[in-house]
Ligand binder design. Structure first.
Ligand SMILES: Cc1ncc(C[n+]2csc(CCOP(=O)(O)OP(=O)(O)O)c2C)c(N)n1
Ligand SMILES: [Mg+2]
Length: 360
């Protein structure tokens, strides 16, 4: 791989400069100091859970894992602009941070990776990271990338028809924006001016393929123009920037101004999944370049410089996250497996004889 093919750090054309990151007054409307601390803690916890999932895989306790280390600012920052439990969320496999920030507990996340009976995502039936949570209005997508777009557009359409104030948000990678469903879903949402926000987590890779091999454009957000919706590019490793852009998109959707295609430039600092060896397609130097732009370190630096947190308090929060994870793992490891007798539950209709009584 040549240097020119490597993904460039942050959104070069639109991303903030490093000087701006040192600005103590940086904030986003609607994010208090307490919110910033809480969201930073969620980023730390999401990172630790993702790291732990990989260890559990290597220990043979989780046959497959897929996580989002590096994407935390995009995932937590977008959720921070949502109304949890009211807005509809259709995530994709990378979105551990979305699930956590929305309200899925560490216990529930660990039940998920161990495929336990009480896993709220699927009762242990789906692969890990195929998110679903009824109370949180998080709707299960499919492993088939891009298919979440029409589902999210449908949810936004239903909310609009029913006169609800809810928006629908869906997440996908940049590679998945080449799928037909992305275009069909976005076009329909644009025509109907649906309350939809499409968040593209652009990490520069679709498994082994770099963006230049996925599409002939630099910014996925340029595709918005073709459908007549707003497009925005944001530095996906900066929680404050992400939140600000997401808040604008969510408000536009709630006010009836239709969809936004929000592209967050970020990077996954782990392999695609536990089945992938990323040393075969990207250099360690490239990884180091992005580790130096770690979204968690970046927000920590801001919190310290703005005197919102001391480094001792930051360390205490990191220790608290480790403790919370340990407790969740112990709880989930001891939880019951699904009853084999329930194997077909939720897979087939309870009755195979269609009732005609309700057909007018
Ligand atoms: C329709 C379809 N084609 C191929 C795959 C295999 N696949 C799973 S993830 C993935 C890469 C998707 O890349 P991107 O959308 O950029 O998301 P990322 O994993 O980088 O976050 C592919 C090709 C799939 N699941 N569905
Ligand atoms: Mg990608």
């Amino acid at each position: 791989m040549t240097t020119t093919q490597q993904p460039q750090p942050s959104a070069a054309s639109t991303g903030p400069t490093s000087t701006e990151h040192a600005d103590e007054t940086r904030s986003s409307p609607g994010l208090t100091k307490e919110d910033l601390i809480r969201r930073w803690y969620q980023m730390v916890l999401a990172r630790k859970i993702g790291e732990r999932w990989f260890v559990l895989n290597r220990q043979g306790k989780a046959p497959f894992v897929i996580t989002g280390q590096g994407h935390e600012a995009t995932q937590v920052g977008t959720v921070a602009a949502l109304s949890a439990g009211k807005d509809w969320v259709v995530p994709y496999y990378r979105d551990l941070g979305v699930a956590l920030a929305l309200g899925m507990t560490p216990d529930e996340l660990m039940l998920n990776v161990f495929a336990k009976a009480d896993d709220p995502n699927s009762g242990g039936r789906q692969m890990p990271a195929h998110w679903s949570h009824k109370r949180l209005r998080m709707v299960s997508g499919s492993s088939v990338v891009g298919t979440q777009l029409p589902i999210a557009a449908g949810l936004a359409w239903a909310a609009k028809l029913q006169g609800h104030d809810a928006v629908a948000v869906t997440y996908l990678g940049e590679g998945s924006t080449n799928q037909g469903e992305f275009h069909e879903g976005l076009n329909f949402a644009a025509v109907q001016r649906l309350p939809l926000v499409v968040v593209v987590e652009n990490n520069g890779y679709a498994i082994t393929e770099i963006q230049a091999k996925e599409m002939a454009i630099a910014d996925v957000a340029d595709r918005a123009q073709a459908y007549g919706v707003r497009g925005a590019v944001v530095d996906g490793n900066d929680l404050i920037e992400v939140h600000r852009a997401m808040q604008i998109a969510v408000q536009a959707a709630r006010r009836g101004h239709g969809p936004t295609l929000l592209e967050a430039k970020t990077y996954r600092i782990v392999p695609h999944s536990s089945d992938d060896d990323d040393r075969r397609y990207r250099t360690r130097e490239e990884l180091d370049l992005w580790r130096a732009r770690d979204p968690i370190d970046r927000l920590r630096k801001h919190l310290l410089e703005a005197r919102i947190l001391t480094s001792e308090q930051a360390d205490e929060l990191i220790a608290k996250a480790a403790e919370e994870l340990r407790g969740a793992e112990a709880f989930a490891a001891a939880a019951p497996d699904p009853d084999p007798a329930s194997l077909a539950t939720h897979l087939y209709a309870d009755s195979t004889t269609p009732s005609t009584s309700s057909i007018p």
